[in-house]
Design a protein. Sequence first.
Lengths: 211, 471
Amino acid sequence: MQPINILTSIAAPLPLPNIDTDQIIPKQFLKRIERTGYEDFLFYDWRRIQEGPDAGKPDPGFVLNKPEYSGAQILIAERNFGCGSSREHAAWAIAQFGFRAVIAPSFADIFFSNAGKNGIILAALSEAEVQTLLERCTSNPRYRITVNLEAQTVSDEQGFRAGFPMDPFRKHCLLNGLDDIGLTLLHEDKLNAYESQRRHAFWLDPKPQNA
Amino acid sequence: MFEKVWQQHVVTEPAGEPTIVYIDLQLVHEVTSPQAFEGLRLSGRPLRHPERHVATVDHNVPTTSIADRLVIADQIANAQVSALRKNCADFGIELFDVQDADQGIVHMIGPELGLTKPGMTIVCGDSHTSTHGAFGALAFGIGTSEVEHVMATQTLPQSKPKSFLIQVEGGPNGSLPAGVTAKDIILDIIGRIGTDGATGYVIEYAGSAIRALSMEGRMTVCNMSIEAGARAGMIAPDETTFAYLNSRRFAPKGAAWDQAVAHWRSLATDPGAAYDRELHIDATSLAPSVTWGTSPGMVTSIDSSVPSLDHARTEADRKSFARAYEYMGIRPGTPIQEIKVDAVFLGSCTNGRIEDLRAAAKVVNGYHVDGAVRAMVVPGSQAVKRQAEAEGLDRIFKSAGFEWREPGCSMCLGMNPDILSPGERCASTSNRNFEGRQGRGGRTHLLSPAMAAAAAITGHFTDVRNWRFKP
């Protein structure tokens, strides 16, 4: 995982609540066995014209198709971003497209966890703060936002400044690009002790010997 | 109950880090596992407990015929299924493959085989893992990095969720009004609290209406906990749970069974336990439900109409409503019963169980599917399919004009060839009505199996409470 701390970028607005992971990455791209190459599938259906003679062609009205938002590393949406399926492909697609932070009033639990494991900062601000940012980046595609992970703030050059919550451990992992598995294995002595003290608890075994 | 299960699985609580929680069982399927196995190979880490892993193929297997399943025409899907076979062989995981008598949707076979037991922690790279909470297990969906984490360590670092009691009271002996099912209870809950209403919580369902539900019904309720944003849903184990589990393949036998039951009984929530949040629902006032929009919270009763913008609670909801009207090709104020359907899907980990097929067959018996409707039944597992065939349900469905398919996730998420065409409208017993969920441009309405069956016969949403059942 790539470490991240301070990010300054233009931001792409997606002013909708409950953006689910089926929209972020439709199911047909979940058949792949690779972990990379998902960037072209991000918001696949929303990026394309759905009906009429131009069906299937890029929809010039969709924010990620607008050249003025090209290169945005920050995505802004409304509440409950990332709800639905547990597919980590959603986080892979967002990161591989080039986003390093998503700002919204709230995030779904599983997506929240998946994003953290892929070096994406999720900054939850109040509804009003998110509305302010959405208005500013919609009216001015060159509007720049700074996300500071260390300070846990989102700010701009017009005096906007807001804090976001962040679990200290998650922050530590994001700042340092740490792999969770290695960290857990540092506690392997505790894990061995736990397993040996409950060795008798066959009722917690999927396939107990006495079945 | 949640508190007890959590405490029994704490490996360590390192200062400044999330709690490391032990995972008793990880269920594996073809879609969210290949990158996890690859991660183990790249890092040279072994899979710590193969005996705590069980795999099946469900998401992208065709349901048309046994031949189509043995050689999957979609090369990418085939490669994914082949990868699972190789990974299970390499890492020593038991796989219930497509031709196996116990194959089925991952959340069906865990309970059927008795792998799922009260008090366990269960994870799977699938959000509907919450299903297993019906047994009093703490069960939740995870992403692929976490799948790899569990493979390597049999644990997950987790911050402790908050607790949410949802108390559902029925009539005498917990009874529900005619035509109202477990599906209607959970759709009503999601409609009330919203699709993020339980984010950060584990829901515990209690009350007489929950106690009166069969295990099948309880699984339907817990299954859709994720649709309310919950980390998990749980129901305390009781006699219904033990009767279901007793003599299943991987349930303890003899004296060990009694010992296990004694342990499971101790999991029940102590009287007076405090919850971070509570909700009380009077189930006697419920009616059969149908979703009208593109989020499971956009739900109303069969005897009402598509809600107007005035029903949107916030500005964001207004935008969602407007977008949903357009996507669904539906006007506010339209009576639900006037909406015609093109397709009916009976199946999924939400409603693909034997009880669901019985309820639907009872409605279908003696009728024929409307000429404008294509209808299919996809049993959730081989065991359900066998049982239904033994009871003659397949003949009822087939003679009514339903397709009778092989088990899998099928049209719930449309990863296999079972999809809707753009603009097609489907009455579906599944769990998500998101845009494009059942196929790009497809329009999904969620409802109970009996209600889906009634819609298949009449060609439009129909109040099953007025149904003329034929003997």
